[in-house]
Design a protein around this ligand. Sequence first.
Ligand code: ZN
Length: 108
Amino acid sequence: MKSYFLTHFHSDHYCGLRAGFDIGTIYCTPITAALVIEMLYVAPKFVVAIPLNETVTIEGVEVTPLEADHCPGAAIWHFEPPGMETAILHTGKPHSHHSATCLISIYR
Ligand SMILES: [Zn+2]
């Protein structure tokens, strides 16, 4: 089973996601989780809601959704893989017209 991180509920990000999804776990914020379950009919057992600023450990990686200031429920995902010098930011936005300009940023 794979872990998927959905930054926000805009169709260019959840395209292909539909009822019958069963190939992993989708992690997202509570608002996005509710939309995925109620609008796309994804089974709740495949959706895990993590509140903003709450750190959880997933497959050994510390993961924290941060406010993205993009739409309700939107998150930037912060990953801290064990033993790595770098952390990873997944903004979900590679397009230049959005405030966050790259899909993944590695820093420190
Ligand atoms: Zn968007």
